[in-house]
Write a protein that binds this ligand. Sequence first.
Ligand SMILES: Cc1cc2nc3c(=O)[nH]c(=O)nc-3n(C[C@H](O)[C@H](O)[C@H](O)COP(=O)(O)O)c2cc1C
Length: 221
Amino acid sequence: MHAQEAMRARKSIRAFLNRPVERETISRMLDAARWAPSGTNTQPWHVVVTRGATKQRVCAALLEAHRAGVEPQMDYAYYPEAWREPYLSRRRDCGLQLYTTLGIQREDTARRRAQWMANYRAFDAPTALFFFLDSRMDKGSFMDCGMFIQSVMLAALDEGLSTCPQAALVEYPGLVRDILGIEQDRTLLCGMALGYADTADPVNRYRTPREPVEAFTRFLD
Ligand SMILES: Cc1cc2nc3c(=O)[nH]c(=O)nc-3n(C[C@H](O)[C@H](O)[C@H](O)COP(=O)(O)O)c2cc1C
């Protein structure tokens, strides 16, 4: 698969087949993604691949924390406290597209909640990845990890696999670190559902839009 083709084809998948992903396949993906660039070649990422009982355990704990009403406390602020345009509208449209596709009405809080909670099961993907960063590093390393994470998603596509990067999986970072036995000084950046897409599921049918190149680029000659 050509790089540009892969970039266009990648999209977030939220329903997966009950088909395991071979460890060798995941290793191959990571073996390609490790060639992502990083400032002064620091390679500050750390990945935990959870499958089987470990994946069940971590997901069960996240669901439990959510059900118990524990306030999410990410290691870092992903989003601004005050939302402004154009981001506010894009964010609203993103949720609207999901719920419209699934035929979930605005006032149907039960179905909305059920759909949200599927996040904590990594959308029933057989594999959930967790991406960490050494917390002694600074903001620049977030860029490095972002490039690495996108490389993982493109490598997955090349293996016939699909992904959904997930902030929902890192709402309770202390809990995840405890269960996975990760040092407390590693920042939990995001999770990722990984598996074979269930193409029959309506949730996987929509495609989020993008701004045209002219909207975010200036060519200065
Ligand atoms: C770091 C990160 C965290 C995300 N967290 C979630 C999440 O918790 N749940 C979810 O359903 N989608 C999540 N997404 C997916 C975005 O909603 C999605 O990337 C965006 O709407 C663009 O759609 P696309 O990925 O299908 O192109 C996340 C994306 C990123 C990059």
